[in-house]
Write a protein that binds this ligand. Structure first.
Ligand code: ADP
Ligand code: MG
Length: 323
């Protein structure tokens, strides 16, 4: 017998979350009842993943569950917010129990790791799988990492090794080949992005602006530049390329991938000169790289410079759903 909407919710979502004391009422009623901590701002974000647009419909469902939450936690990290609650809107073409069990395993494992309580949602039948998660977190007033605070002279940094997820996509589309010893790593970077929560929180004390890189480093940095009314100069030879990316593409193509590849979920942020040394000391202890890649300048626009000072050409800055 096919699973009804209500038994599906009961079986896969009710009572599966860790319990947070600031959840007065979770899944099961018309609304969740939440208790925001006094004096904090509520950071709210939402991201949708659509089958065969944001993930391959036949991809590992556990990875899809992980990623659907991870992309939202990445937004909270980029804001310097501590994650707390999430809601989930799930549209499915059929109630496939194997798929649901694995999807939930990935989702709830990451939720537990990050202290997130799934407090509600909606489950509907539709022509294709669509997963929308809304994540909520807390940040003290005035401490959120916004896009509009970068100033000329600030250093520009990026976490991790951007371009790896883009490389995995290129492989899936038959546009690149990765040596077998790197394949699992590269695949993980696309399917299991690790939201940079620790880094986002630490950056509250250091960063003048921050964004998470979902649509390509050059394009997302561009959002900081626009919102801050400044420009930037990037030293492309400083881009932190992973061994997999270096081994898989010729040098300029690897640099282009690091600048424009989507789905990285790394943080790109700016730090005023007087805080740079302290930040760099702290970042040594992070579980990911943190690399200074350029500097904010007063003149608007993004300038990409090679080591010899010549311009690095780039036709497309990143991913645009309507572009
Ligand atoms: P309503 O008809 O009031 O919208 P639903 O029948 O859609 O309520 O949902 C019943 C309960 O289950 C609600 O508390 C809702 O938040 C929760 N819920 C439904 N779908 C999901 C889901 N995919 N994930 C988490 N909670 C869900
Ligand atoms: Mg409903």
């Amino acid at each position: 017998m096919p699973l009804s909407e209500f038994s599906l919710i009961d079986r896969y979502f009710t009572g599966r979350s860790l319990h947070r004391p600031d959840v007065a009422l979770g899944i099961g009623d018309d609304c969740a009842l939440l208790i925001p901590p006094p004096g904090q701002q509520l950071a709210v974000t939402l991201d949708t993943l659509i089958a065969d647009i944001h993930f391959f419909a036949n991809a590992d469902p556990e990875g899809i569950g992980h990623k659907a939450l991870a992309v939202n936690l990445s937004d909270l990290a980029a804001m310097g917010a501590v994650p707390a609650w999430a809601t989930l809107a799930l549209t499915l073409p059929k109630a496939d129990e194997d798929w649901l069990a694995q999807f939930c395993r990935g989702l709830f494992a990451l939720a537990e790791d990050c202290g997130v309580h799934l407090v509600g949602g909606d489950t509907t039948h539709g022509p294709t799988t669509v997963i929308t998660i809304q994540a909520m977190g807390f940040v003290p007033p005035g401490l959120a990492l916004r896009r509009d605070g970068a100033k000329p002279g600030d250093g520009i940094y990026v976490t991790g090794t951007p371009g790896d997820a883009g490389l995995a996509l290129a492989v899936a589309f038959g546009q690149a080949i990765v040596a077998p010893e790197y394949m699992a790593d590269v695949q993980m970077r696309l399917e299991r992005p690790e939201p940079r929560m620790t880094q986002g929180l630490a950056l509250r004390e250091f960063a003048s602006a921050a964004i998470d890189v979902s649509d390509g480093l050059a394009q997302d940095l561009g959002h900081i530049l626009e919102r801050s009314g400044v420009g930037a100069r990037l030293a492309v030879n400083r881009l932190p390329l992973s061994p997999a990316l270096i081994a898989s593409l010729e040098r300029d193509a690897a640099l282009r991938m690091a600048l424009t590849g989507g789905d990285d979920y790394e943080l790109c942020f700016t730090v005023p000169p007087e805080r740079a040394t302290r930040l760099e000391k702290l970042a040594v202890r992070w579980n990911c790289r943190c690399t200074r890649i350029g500097v904010i300048e007063a003149e608007p626009g993004l300038r990409l410079a090679r080591a010899d000072g010549s311009t690095f050409p780039l036709e497309r800055l990143g991913y645009d759903h309507f572009g």
